[in-house]
Design a protein around this ligand. Sequence first.
Ligand SMILES: [Fe+2]
Ligand SMILES: [Fe+2]
Length: 195
Amino acid sequence: MDVGDARHRLILALQMAYSGELGAIHAYIGHRRALKRARHAEDRTLIARILLDEFRHRRSVGRMLAELGAAPDPRRERKMTRIGKTIACLCRFGGWYMPMYGAARLERDNVVEYEIAAQLAHAANTPEYVDELLELAEVEWDHELWLRERSQSHWMWKVTPGWQPPPPRATIRERFETWRSTPDAEVATRRSWPR
Ligand SMILES: [Fe+2]
Ligand SMILES: [Fe+2]
């Protein structure tokens, strides 16, 4: 992949991530609101903490887009706002379990997306973003773990389809280094763990 292609794909990946964070923010606001103050104080604190991370992520990714001379995609912004608000609304009726379970599953994909973005940043000759993008992947890894552990405490965990948990947190940077030191390694394209 040449530098121009990588830069183009990096911008697309960042636009997706930027709007994805917006969807997540709407969903988590709804999720937190749906948790009863007295019964779910700890979960409310957890969601508030994650929410704060998502705001930070959106700020970081927005800054990268601006530095790359790009802007958020308005259509994607609208779409993710719609999706986020729909999830927020479902949280009011979905009980405790489904929002926790659904969020954990989505966070899993976020880890992969930021790992791929880090590879693209390297390929696009903007290595200054690599560390920050890997850190975003690591924080999403934490989110997946926290939400999955909460979901696992519910009896419904045993009767809903599970997923392969992400590989250990430390492998995020190991994978990147292996990829970087492999001559002619392709940037990962799929929603699977980058090789
Ligand atoms: Fe995030
Ligand atoms: Fe997250």
